[in-house]
Design a protein around this ligand. Structure first.
Ligand SMILES: [Zn+2]
Ligand SMILES: [Zn+2]
Length: 455
């Protein structure tokens, strides 16, 4: 009996087991790589922060500051709020952050949460919008279906103005505190306002969707654009080197050949873009912006993915577009003056607080009536409409100047980072609205940035 007990003991293997290296932060899976709704890098940061039970700001400052070795980098989140949009972009801020995060999470796929793979494809200017945008219906739907709430990269592209799934315009302003959110903020949290902390999800009622309603053809175009961009984002991880700016010049030249027998001027006229601009694109001297390119693609009914990756033949301006043009011409032709109709239209317009307000010129165009005739009949209402428009334009101008200042500052930092001195002419070559250097405020912004850089 004793012998049988001794026999059954097994021996232990006491050799050390090879343990794979641990990541400092959770190796959180990014959402939706290879789909149109892939998550954005800033959205990933806020989910990662949430997983560690800290604010995004704390994560950025405590964990990423040491790894992002740039003055304008994440070390000082509160100083770069207005530029955090660049963290999802195709420049040095995104590169640094991807590298730093990959080190901490031991992942190797985070570049797909940014536009880094498009860095040689489209000019980075105006590629991303400067504030956070979202589709409240998407948030709400995910919430109700108990899915993860996150921030798709698609929403951050300036050219995407509509949710391709719910067909209503993206929202930029919190309905609770009426403030805009920066792309990444100290208290960023997917689905919630970073200013007041309220939930942003909501299935938009027919009524509110209608308030935002666009003209049918405009809506159609925007949905098409959002879907086409989504398709390109989804394909990007699988394309690797297939995406190149040379393809853009080649395909455009091919289209000029097909549409206008090689006549650039004629092609330019058809797509309504200056001839010299098209010439520079075809020669590969300049890159068209994503927005310009997608509008051209829309005109010919060819998706931007096909434009970049396939041979596109048998082109013709899509019939849809031609029909729209005809309709517009018909609408602008004058109709007989109907005082009652015009008056009630003007009154509704005046009580409607919808932004942006219309100019009297636009009102006249929509009514199909000469502006002077309307003024003659209803001078007071016309003046009120005009006054509101002028005041809106003033505010708008102020906003544009502020945006220019922010852009100038960012460009100055980028140039400095590349070892170049941010002179006025160097900066103005890179900003989207160089003409605004005429404004004192914009020039001051550059001086201020240079001072911050100790230049
Ligand atoms: Zn949606
Ligand atoms: Zn809010």
């Amino acid at each position: 009996m004793l012998a049988s007990v001794l026999e059954t003991y097994e021996s232990w293997d006491l050799r050390k087991v090879a343990i794979p290296s641990r990541s400092r932060l959770y190796r959180l899976d990014p959402i939706g790589i290879g789909t149109p709704l892939v998550e954005s890098l800033t959205g990933y940061i806020s989910r990662l922060a949430e997983a560690h039970c800290v604010n995004s700001g704390v994560l950025m400052e405590k964990e990423l500051a040491t790894l992002v070795n740039k003055e304008f980098g994440s070390a000082n989140l509160h100083r770069i709020y207005n530029y955090t949009t660049a963290l999802n972009g195709s420049g040095v801020m995104a590169t640094d952050l991807v590298q730093a995060l990959e080190k901490l999470t031991l992942r190797d796929d985070l570049c797909f949460l940014t536009l880094l793979t498009w860095d040689k494809l489209f000019p980075s200017r105006n590629l991303l919008r400067s504030v956070r945008a979202w589709c409240p219906s998407c948030y709400q739907e995910w919430y109700e279906k108990k899915q993860l709430i996150y921030e798709p990269l698609l929403w951050s592209l300036d050219v995407v103005r509509i949710c391709p799934y719910h067909h209503h315009q993206l929202i930029f302003e919190c309905p609770h505190c009426h403030q805009k959110n920066t792309t990444l903020a100290w208290r960023s949290r997917p689905g919630y306002c970073s200013k007041c902390g309220e939930w942003l999800g909501q299935i938009l009622s027919q009524e509110s969707a209608n308030r935002n309603a666009l003209k049918k053809n405009e809506l159609e175009q925007r949905v098409w654009v959002a879907k086409a961009i989504g398709e390109l984002i989804a394909a990007t991880p699988y394309l690797n080197d297939a995406l190149s700016s040379t393809a853009i010049a080649l395909t455009l030249s091919n289209w000029v050949e097909q549409i206008a027998k090689g006549n650039i001027a004629e092609f330019a006229r058809q797509i309504n873009i200056p001839r010299n601009t098209v010439w520079l694109w075809c020669k590969g001297r300049n890159l068209p912006s994503l927005e310009a390119l997608i509008n051209i693609c829309y005109s010919f009914g060819v998706s931007i993915l096909s434009f970049l990756t396939e041979e596109t033949n048998n082109l013709s301006l899509s019939r849809k577009l031609v029909a729209t043009e005809v309709k517009t011409t018909l609408r602008t032709r004058s109709k007989p003056f109907n005082a009652e109709r015009v008056k009630s239209y003007l009154e509704v317009l005046l009580t409607n607080k919808e932004s942006p307000p219309l100019s009297m010129e636009e009102v006249a165009r929509q009514l199909g009536v000469d502006r002077r005739t309307i003024y003659k009949h209803f001078p007071d209402i016309c003046r009120a409409i005009s006054a509101r428009y002028v005041s809106y334009k003033k505010d708008y101008h102020k906003k544009i100047i502020e945006e220019c200042c922010q852009e100038v500052r960012l460009v100055a930092f980028e140039l400095h980072n590349q070892g170049k001195y941010p002179t006025e002419s160097a900066v103005s070559e890179l900003v989207s609205k160089p003409g605004y250097f005429r404004c004192k405020k914009v020039r001051l912004a550059l001086r201020e940035a240079n001072r911050e850089l100790d230049l």
